[in-house]
Design a binder for this molecule. Structure first.
Ligand SMILES: NC(=O)c1ccc[n+]([C@@H]2O[C@H](COP(=O)([O-])OP(=O)(O)OC[C@H]3O[C@@H](n4cnc5c(N)ncnc54)[C@H](O)[C@@H]3O)[C@@H](O)[C@H]2O)c1
Ligand SMILES: [Zn+2]
Ligand SMILES: [Zn+2]
Length: 349
């Protein structure tokens, strides 16, 4: 049996680089040789033991780019050698929810790198129908951003963003920054961002926000100033704070919308005024991950240079240094993404 290097999370905060068997593939699967994999907030939660702790030992990693190494006997549409990314959300493909592209509601749902072994490894296996081939012109480091970009594509869609809508993004972390860029593409105006970090506020302005506020006490007044005193059409919570979710309802206009995006613990909740919701026709909706067509839309936008990716692609570590990559993330706020380089460097090969 062939073997590969993989970063196995044995217990919270403890990766081991191990030689493990290359994953076996079934007749409808593909084996992808990974070139690089981004670290996302979910990986940090898994690393800390706050999420999927019952799945350890696990090879995390779901924001990957690579090359098809092999396909199962029944796969006709995909050939080895194809550069690719992949939709990590595995549904049954036929149920009510899968047909509606609500794959996380599928009773058979599993996610690569979260519920089963992922791409902090030389190879990852998944259904071939989820593999998406890449244009030659798209560098691996940018292609590996397809999954996080798909999350903001879906969020803008679920929130029904239209040209000329005023939007407040709470949180200008990596995903908040991508929300801002997506909102620009969707025509939102003005776009106001709130983050406690001055650095993140500055980066949000560079990404296309019209205003960025680091002083929480000044936020409500600034939203009022930019929206003719009405409040925002849409507020996107992209931090995961119960308190900010509650505040979001104070920042929307009558008839406005709160987009639920930042992840909280399972018990977190927010009081919603029933009569206000009815009389003002306010609304709320969640959005989770990026899947199916969201991935293709994200890839198209990246391939056509619609996202500024420099702050997402400059920090990289080899697989052997994955622990260092995780441990130093928080001290590098200017790097919006850290990628683990796994395939051999083309210059060296
Ligand atoms: N729903 C989805 O599909 C989906 C997908 C990806 C990520 N997420 C979630 O979205 C959130 C954002 O992701 P991320 O990777 O950018 O997270 P992150 O934790 O890296 O960044 C959060 C940002 O919020 C800022 N912040 C913290 N407290 C704040 C406050 N009180 N007011 C304003 N800003 C504050 C921080 O300074 C930081 O810049 C996370 O909760 C993540 O789990 C959801
Ligand atoms: Zn992710
Ligand atoms: Zn299904």
């Amino acid at each position: 049996m062939e073997r590969m290097r993989a970063a196995v999370l044995i217990e919270p905060r403890r990766f081991e680089i191990r030689e493990v068997p290359v994953p076996a593939i079934g007749p409808r699967d593909a084996l992808v040789r990974v070139s690089r994999t981004g670290i996302c907030g979910t990986d940090i939660h898994i690393w800390n033991g706050h999420y999927a702790a019952d799945r350890l030992p696990l090879v995390p990693g779901h924001e990957f780019c690579g090359t098809v190494a092999a396909v199962g006997d029944a796969v006709r549409h995909l050939a080895p050698g194809t550069r690719c990314v992949a939709d990590i959300n595995i549904g049954c493909g036929t149920c009510f929810w899968c047909r509606r592209n609500e794959i996380l509601n599928c009773p058979e749902m599993a996610q690569v790198g979260i519920g089963r072994d992922g791409a902090f490894a030389e190879y990852v296996a998944l259904p071939a129908r989820l593999v998406i081939s890449l244009p030659d012109t798209l560098p691996d480091a940018v292609a590996a951003l397809t999954e996080p970009v798909a999350c903001v594509v879906r969020a803008a869609d679920k929130a029904g963003i239209r040209p000329g809508q005023s939007v407040v993004v709470l949180g200008a972390g990596p995903i908040g920054n991508l929300h801002v860029q997506m909102l620009r593409l969707a025509g939102a105006a003005p776009i106001l961002v709130a983050d406690l970090s001055e650095d993140r506020c500055r980066m949000a302005l560079e990404a296309g926000a019209d205003a960025a506020i680091s002083d929480p006490a000044a936020l409500a007044a600034e939203v009022g100033r930019l929206t003719g005193g009405r409040g925002a059409d849409v507020v996107i919570e992209s931090v995961g704070s119960e308190r900010l979710y509650a505040q979001a309802f104070d920042l929307i206009r009558k008839g406005g919308h709160v987009a639920f995006f930042g992840l909280t613990g399972p018990e977190a909740s927010v009081p919603v005024g029933i009569l206000r919701t009815i009389l003002e026709e306010t609304s709320l909706k969640g959005s989770v991950a990026g899947m199916g067509e969201d991935m293709h839309t994200a890839l198209t936008l990246l391939a056509h240079g619609r996202f500024r990716t420099e702050a997402f692609t400059r920090a990289e570590f080899p697989l052997e240094a994955i622990t260092q990559a995780f441990e130093t993330l928080a001290s590098r706020p200017e790097d919006l993404k850290t990628q683990i380089r796994i395939g051999r460097d083309p210059a060296v090969a």
